[in-house]
Design a protein. Structure first.
Length: 341
C-alpha cells in the first residue's frame, strides 16, 4: 500500500472516530455578542421539603459591552432569584442563585426564572431548576370541599388524591370539628390505585345543626415520597333561613328615595315556631342606606335607599346577624344595588 493511500485511509478513520465528539461539542452553540446561562438546566434529583431548594447558575455576557439586567420573571411565587450584580461586565459573568421554598411540595417539580436584559441579540434568557421533592409530612397541604348538605343527610363520596408511587396506605387518625360530630356516624377508608394515586372513601351522616364542619384525616404510607399526610374535608349544612342573593332597588332620580320589603326565605313553619328577636348589621353602611327589621305581621326586612346626589351605580355587600328567640344566631348575606340617574 502506498504512503498516500495509507494516509488517506488513516485520516478517514480519524474523522469517523472523532465525528461524534465534534458534533457533541457544537450541539449547543453560544451566541456571539449575546448572553447565555450556564448551566441552563440544573437537575438536583431528590431533595427534602424541609430545606429550601437552591441552584447556582452563571449568566455569561459574550459581547464587548456591559449588559444590564432589567427584570426577573419567576414561574412560582415560592421562588426567588438572587444576583450578586445586576450589570454583567463585557466578556464577563455574574452569579445567579435560584432559591425555592419547598415546604408543602411533593414529587417532581420544575421552577423557571426568565432574565430580561438590554442586550439586543438575546434580550431574554431562561434558567430552569428541577427537583424531586421528598415530603415526609405534607400537613395541611390537601383541602377537599364536601359541599353543602341538608340536616342529617347521607354523605357518600370518593376522592382520588396524592399522586405518586405508593406501596400501601392506611387511615392513622381522624379528628372532627365541631366535636359533637360523632365519629360513630362516619366510616373513612383509604386504598392505593394501580395508576399511582390514593383513593379515599368517606361516608356517614351530616350534622343536625346549622354548622360548618371539618373532618381531618391523617394518612400513613409505605413506599411513597411522603410518610404521613393530612386531608382536610370541609362541608356546611343548609341554614333554615336565608335572604335573596341580591336586593335590587331600581332607578332613582336625584332627590328621590325608595323603600323595599324583603322577605326571609325559610320553611313555612320556621317563623311560626321561632321568633326573630333582633338583627345586627355587620358592615358599615353608607348614610343613604338604612335596613330595619319589621316583626309584624310577617317578619321581614325593610330597605330604605336615598339618591346619593351623583349619577352612578350603587352596590353594597352586607352581612346581617339574625338572633332568634330559641337562642340561635344566623349570619345572612346579600347585595343591595340600584342605579342613580
Amino acid at each position: 500500500m502506498s504512503v498516500n493511500n495509507y494516509l488517506k485511509k488513516s485520516s478517514l478513520v480519524l474523522i469517523i472516530f472523532y465525528l461524534p465528539f465534534m458534533l457533541g461539542c457544537v450541539s449547543k452553540p453560544v451566541i456571539v455578542g449575546g448572553i447565555h446561562v450556564s448551566p441552563n438546566i440544573l437537575d438536583l434529583g431528590n431533595v427534602s421539603e424541609e430545606q429550601p431548594i437552591e441552584g447556582v447558575f452563571k449568566i455569561v455576557n459574550n459581547s464587548g459591552k456591559a449588559v444590564n439586567i432589567n427584570n426577573i420573571v419567576l414561574s412560582c411565587g415560592c421562588s426567588d432569584l438572587i444576583l450578586n450584580e445586576k450589570t454583567i461586565p463585557a466578556n464577563g459573568s455574574v452569579e445567579a442563585k435560584l432559591i425555592v421554598e419547598a415546604k408543602g411540595g411533593c414529587g417532581q417539580d420544575m421552577f423557571e426564572a426568565k432574565i430580561i436584559t438590554d442586550n439586543p441579540i438575546t434580550p431574554a434568557v431562561k434558567l430552569i431548576l428541577i427537583a424531586n421533592i421528598i415530603a415526609k409530612h405534607p400537613d395541611g397541604a390537601i383541602l377537599i370541599n364536601l359541599g353543602s348538605f341538608d340536616h342529617g343527610a347521607k354523605i357518600d363520596q370518593t376522592f382520588e388524591t396524592l399522586p405518586g408511587k405508593i406501596k400501601s396506605v392506611v387511615v392513622q387518625d381522624v379528628q372532627y370539628d365541631p366535636p359533637t360530630l360523632s365519629p360513630k356516624k362516619f366510616n373513612i377508608t383509604a386504598e392505593t390505585l394501580e395508576y399511582e394515586k390514593v383513593k379515599l372513601n368517606i361516608n356517614g351522616t351530616a350534622p343536625e345543626d346549622d354548622v360548618n364542619f371539618t373532618i381531618i384525616v391523617t394518612l400513613k404510607a409505605e413506599g411513597a415520597l411522603w410518610e404521613t399526610a393530612r386531608i382536610r374535608f370541609s362541608g356546611n349544612i343548609y341554614q333554615y333561613i336565608h335572604l335573596p342573593f341580591g336586593v335590587y332597588l331600581g332607578f332613582l332620580k336625584n332627590g328621590e328615595s325608595t323603600v323595599k320589603k324583603v322577605d326571609f326565605t325559610c320553611p313555612a313553619e320556621f317563623l311560626t315556631k321561632n321568633q326573630i328577636d333582633k338583627i345586627i348589621i355587620k358592615d358599615q353602611l353608607p348614610e343613604i342606606l338604612q335596613v330595619k327589621l319589621i316583626k309584624t305581621p310577617q317578619p321581614h326586612l325593610e330597605f330604605n335607599l336615598k339618591h346619593s346626589g351623583k349619577v352612578e351605580t350603587f352596590s353594597q355587600d352586607m352581612k346581617i346577624e339574625v338572633y332568634m328567640s330559641n337562642g340561635k344566631k344566623y349570619l345572612l348575606s346579600t347585595n343591595v344595588a340600584a342605579r342613580f340617574l
